[in-house]
Unconditional design. Structure first.
Length: 251
């Protein structure tokens, strides 16, 4: 049986609209969410890409907006956080899809004694979602997933689980990175442009599906099954491909 090869990725164009995941896509993953390093080269690339594309560049991340602002604060571009639950548009307006606080709080409190027993687990409260990381204890993957499924069910069905690379997150149902992309595509300067979504994780599949439906370009970073139409091997390749937009304008 022959393996199906992904088609050759076309060169990036300044006329397109870009939606970019952060961890594992623009930045290499770290052992913990706080361990990432935002380098000056990335900040420069994002600033120039934003200007060259007429502002049609947005970050679409699982991180909270406050976290993105802290790490990339001086980069002026739209950004969506917590898988689309919070979104800042090109005009600077903030859109929030509120979560039932009691359900999230009950999960957070139930996980506290678990962390005392399993020090390799890390709990991250993002505000609207709560994430259980097991990057430092991959052997606990099955346990973490079973535990979160039970706690989400006990919360009354108001939350759904979002899986990622060695993380499982409880979040309000009905909103994801794909819904954030759809919302951006209804607004200037993204409207009527060909959309591009680049991501590396399971939670990015919603974004891939959204741009596929819009006739856009979906790019999976790294290995793994995906609905994305194209692949890039790593963070360095993503940056190089995006940098092609700047070279095109300089030529």
């Amino acid at each position: 049986m022959t393996k199906t090869r992904k088609p050759l990725l076309p060169d990036a164009q300044a006329a397109w609209a870009y939606f970019l995941d952060v961890d594992g896509t623009l930045l290499d993953l770290a052992e913990t969410p706080d361990g990432i390093h935002v380098d000056a080269a990335l900040l420069h690339l994002l600033e120039q890409l934003f200007l060259t594309c007429g502002g049609a560049v947005a970050l679409v991340s699982g991180r909270a907006l406050s976290d993105l602002d802290q790490r990339l604060g001086h980069v002026l571009m739209p950004r969506a956080g917590q898988h689309g639950l919070e979104r800042r548009d090109a005009a600077g307006r903030l859109w929030l899809h509120s979560a039932p606080p009691e359900a999230k709080r009950s999960i957070y409190q139930a996980l506290q004694p678990v962390l005392e027993i399993h020090s390799g687990l890390l709990l991250e409260d993002k505000g609207l979602t709560v994430a259980l990381h097991y990057r430092r204890a991959p052997q606990l993957a099955g346990y973490a997933h079973r535990l979160m499924r039970r706690l989400a069910a006990e919360a009354g069905g108001t939350l759904e689980l979002q899986c990622g690379k060695r993380v499982i997150e409880a979040k309000p149902a009905g909103f994801d990175k794909g819904s954030a992309v759809v919302e951006y595509l209804a607004e200037p300067p993204f409207k009527s442009r060909r959309p591009v979504f680049i991501g590396d994780d399971l939670n990015d599949e919603h974004g891939f599906a959204a741009v596929n439906a819009a006739g856009g370009i979906s790019i999976k970073v790294g290995k793994g099954r995906t609905c994305a139409s194209y692949r890039l091997p790593d963070v360095s390749a993503v940056r190089h491909w995006l940098g092609g937009v700047l070279k095109e304008q300089q030529a």
